[in-house]
Design a protein around this ligand. Structure first.
Ligand SMILES: [Zn+2]
Ligand SMILES: [Zn+2]
Length: 441
């Protein structure tokens, strides 16, 4: 294996100086030539969004485009997942991921190609659909990068594993693809890369973070029991409304008193439902929580804290053991996206060489979730890196800086990226980074 690498390296070295001029001119030319097609693809995907687990037509489109580019294509991987493999001699294997699903939001942008789609969700209910998280842009940029790399195949050696992932918004897609043999049926990646469009950074820039860039997420249900009775005679009851109120207040101390203050975490109670009438003390109620964390250790502390506090308060209220609260973590656990620091630094160096130091920006981590983190948590321990791709038009961004106008965030009915500069930056930065990674020692 080693001597082969040496041969490839000596073979590749003459191209490394080439790669510099390649970055600025040749890649730009290739992108310019595909811009019209890319706009058509983007418009089509934007107008025809499909909800999580329902990405049937979108997956077909991705598979067809990959075939056109000469990829070996496998469909139906973990549901609607598509895997394309492009072998170009021996060398590294790099996985590039896009997601495909849209959100049940009625679009309120002024775009001529705004989605008017009313579709069916996974549960069979009618729902509007919109690419309000920019996954249409992710797909178009992903295809653009793959096209660029196939056209430049003389400049690198290795294997691309291109994956179009379903069900990111419900956080099951990456797990499903892994469980369906992503790392065993297809070449095992040395690196896994992805973008998420940013609704804050201007087009032409990229955001990075060499560590946990997105939080882990889980939903927790707390079922609180009591002893019901007449609202006029509380002394004959154990009031679960009062007990739940105490739980809400006391669990605030998990983050403020139990977790190291330099490790961010969130515990939010988003819903409490119980009772039927003014004068009846109910015998139970339900609470729904979301928790956010950047490490497994913090997650475990949150979970332990919720269980201990809920149980302790139930005991102090006088409830017997069979009526202690049930604290149940959902199986929709999304781990944090922990970027591999060394990979991020290598990739950002290549992006800075291309876009300029000021356009590749270190950002703060966010407490939202993204299921890309799962690709880095299997036994294969693949180094992963997810980057923010700036998507705000320069004018809107300037107006935001000067006048404080608010920018619609992701998942907002009025969000849309500035397609052309975002696409060009995304494709050129990712293609040149991948070429650099393919060519490294
Ligand atoms: Zn989203
Ligand atoms: Zn998203």
């Amino acid at each position: 294996m080693k001597p082969l690498h040496l041969i490839i390296l000596t073979f590749m070295f003459p191209f490394l100086s080439h790669a510099q001029s390649l970055n600025t001119s040749r890649i730009d030319e290739i992108i310019e030539n595909q811009l019209r097609d890319a706009k058509r693809t983007y418009t089509d995907l934007h107008q025809n969004p499909e909800l999580s687990l329902m990405e049937f037509e979108t997956a077909k489109k991705m598979a067809a485009k990959l075939k056109e580019l000469g990829f070996e294509v496998t469909t139906g991987v973990g549901g609607n997942g598509v895997v394309g493999v492009f072998k170009n001699g021996s060398g590294k294997t790099i996985l590039l991921r896009t997601d495909m699903d849209a959100l049940p939001i009625e679009e309120k942008t002024s775009l001529a190609f705004a989605s008017k789609m009313i579709t069916t969700d996974f549960d069979g209910k009618k729902a509007p659909a919109m690419h309000a998280c920019g996954h249409d842009l992710h797909m178009t940029t992903w295809l653009g990068t793959l096209k660029t790399l196939t056209e430049l195949k003389n400049y690198w050696k290795g294997t691309i594993v291109a994956i179009a992932q379903p069900a990111e918004e419900v956080s099951g897609g990456s797990n499903a693809m892994i469980a369906d043999g992503l790392f065993t049926r297809f070449p095992k990646p040395d690196y896994a890369l992805a973008y998420h469009v940013s609704a804050e950074l201007p087009a032409g820039t990229i955001g990075y973070y060499p560590g946990a860039i997105f939080a882990g997420v889980n939903s927790i249900d707390i079922h609180v029991f009591g002893r019901g009775g007449h609202g006029a005679m509380p002394h004959t009851t154990i009031d679960p409304v009062v007990l739940a109120s105490r739980i809400v207040l006391d669990i605030q101390t998990i983050v403020s008193r139990e977790i190291n203050p330099v490790h961010p975490a969130v515990v939010t109670v988003g819903s409490i439902h119980g009772g039927t009438k003014h004068n009846i003390i109910p015998d139970q109620l339900d609470m729904q929580l979301t928790v956010r964390f950047f490490s497994d250790e913090t997650y475990q502390k949150i979970l332990d804290g919720l269980q201990r506090i809920a149980k302790g308060l139930a005991i102090s209220a006088g409830l017997e053991e069979e009526k202690w609260p049930l604290v149940q973590a959902s199986n929709q656990f999304t781990p944090p996206v922990v970027n591999n620091a060394a990979l991020v630094m290598k990739a950002t160096q290549s992006m800075k060489d291309l876009l300029g130091e000021n356009n590749v920006i270190q950002v703060e981590p966010l407490t939202v979730g993204e299921d890309f983190g799962k690709y880095g948590r299997t036994e294969e321990q693949i180094p992963i890196a997810l980057f923010w791709l700036g998507g705000v038009s320069t004018e809107k961004h300037q107006d935001h800086l000067k006048n404080g106008t608010s920018l619609p965030g992701l998942h907002n009915a009025t969000f849309f990226p500035d397609f052309e500069p975002t696409f060009k930056t995304g494709v050129s930065a990712m293609a040149s980074t991948m070429i650099q990674l393919f060519n490294e020692k």
